[in-house]
Design a protein around this ligand. Structure first.
Ligand SMILES: Cc1cc2nc3c(=O)[nH]c(=O)nc-3n(C[C@H](O)[C@H](O)[C@H](O)COP(=O)(O)OP(=O)(O)OC[C@H]3O[C@@H](n4cnc5c(N)ncnc54)[C@H](O)[C@@H]3O)c2cc1C
Length: 370
């Protein structure tokens, strides 16, 4: 980015993509700068608008604080127990971690994003459906173009497939189940939406997962599944963490002919390489974009692009570590299972605190010297 030339605070903004990142960017920019004109372009037609996601919103990157009130009406479940099911030497090891604050909410994303659409439209933002745009090509019409098109990287991505089933999930209604297997890059999940519905899926890294893999998993499940209610599939962009881990920088804000182009959400590669979750990356980047634009206005610091890039970098530094953890899980699978097994029964609130050492001294010692 050319830091020598300060760039003017945008008065007219075009957003490519009406996903979570695009909609929250529009909402939060408008809330802080009502005079800014914003137009959103969504490639899907309004009646074909859809979400391909397992809909688990994790407590990462301050997401709960930032969208708490906005998302509240659309929370369908709070999951405070995580069960890891890990295959080792042909058997399964289980590790259960319970949290006092739920680390994960299930969200009805389609209803939430439709609500966000209504909110931004009430702020005077126009949304044009059925229009696929190229951020560079629409730059002539705007001072700033926000690339919120979702996954763009074909190098660093994860892919997932899922189905939502009805059935009896009462016994696991507060639990996320994550499964991994030896000699496999596939991970599986069960996320109960409520006692009668669950999102069941699987994913893999740097490759396209086949639905057949999910069908095999489902056929082995011990639950009674009734009916498949819906299904979906898609890609997740983990390029930010992957590049950072390998010593490169993903450019997420740049100046082109005195105008700005920024990337948010998956278009900025902000999904978590370990968990594949990306809603909090969308929330975090939208938040910092609105912050940087409004701060530039108020503090006479017009270089909002540099400010945006800085803020996102600070909040997403950890993605380099989760990328390392993802690689370590693949390369040192046995150690990972041993590590996770040591956490069995631990209350999640101790995991990042010194209390863990006091409460579980032997396990803490084993973790230290394993
Ligand atoms: C199978 C699967 C399961 C997942 N599960 C979870 C989960 O449980 N929890 C979690 O946090 N994350 C999950 N993710 C990741 C999460 O869905 C994404 O990280 C998140 O949607 C990113 O939001 P976004 O707004 O950046 O992009 P998107 O939600 O992808 O939105 C992009 C929007 O842009 C539109 N668009 C694309 N190209 C253009 C164009 N050229 N012009 C105009 N519009 C365009 C698209 O139609 C779309 O509406 C999952 C992803 C997949 C695929």
């Amino acid at each position: 980015m050319d830091e020598a030339k300060p760039i003017k605070i945008p008065k007219k903004i075009g957003i490519a993509g009406a996903g979570l990142a695009g909609l929250l960017s529009a909402l939060w920019i408008k809330e802080k700068n009502p005079e800014v004109e914003i137009e959103i372009f969504e490639r899907r037609k309004k009646d074909k608008y859809r979400i391909d996601c397992a809909e688990a919103l994790l407590d990462q990157r301050k997401a709960f604080d930032r969208v708490g009130e906005l998302v509240k009406p659309f929370i369908t479940n709070k999951l405070d127990k995580v069960v890891w099911k890990m295959e080792l030497d042909g058997e399964y090891k289980l590790s259960t971690i319970r949290y006092s604050q739920p680390p994960c909410w299930m969200v009805d994303r389609l209803s939430w994003q439709r609500d966000l659409m209504e909110k931004v439209e009430r702020h005077g933002v126009s949304i044009t459906f059925g229009e696929r745009v190229d951020p560079i090509r629409i730059l002539d019409d705007f001072d700033l173009v926000v690339d919120a098109r979702g996954t763009q990287s074909r190098e660093y991505f994860a892919s997932g497939v899922y189905s939502v089933f009805s059935g009896n999930f009462e016994k696991i209604a507060d639990t996320t189940i994550s499964e991994i297997r030896e000699d496999s890059n596939v991970y599986y999940w069960i996320f109960p939406i409520n006692a009668k519905l669950a999102n069941i899926g699987c994913g893999t890294y740097f490759d396209f997962i086949k639905r057949r893999v999910l069908e095999e998993y489902i056929s082995e499940l011990e639950f009674n599944l009734d009916e498949e209610i819906k299904r979906g599939a898609g890609l997740v962009d983990i390029s930010y963490g992957a590049m950072l881990h390998h010593g490169e920088e993903k450019v997420i804000a740049e100046q082109v002919d005195g105008k700005g182009i920024v990337r948010v959400g998956d278009a900025a590669g902000l999904a978590d390489p370990l968990s594949g979750e990306g809603m909090t990356g969308a929330i975090s980047s939208a938040f910092w974009l609105a912050y940087s634009i409004s701060r530039g206005d108020h503090l006479d610091n017009p270089d909002y692009l540099a400010e945006y890039e800085r803020k996102v970098r600070v909040e997403n530094e950890f993605l380099s570590q989760t990328m390392a953890a993802m690689e370590a899980r693949r390369e040192h699978y046995r150690d990972f299972v041993k590590f996770m097994s040591l956490l069995d029964g631990v209350n999640g609130k101790y995991l990042t605190s010194k209390l863990f050492v006091l409460r579980y001294p032997i396990r803490a010692l084993k973790l230290r010297f394993m």
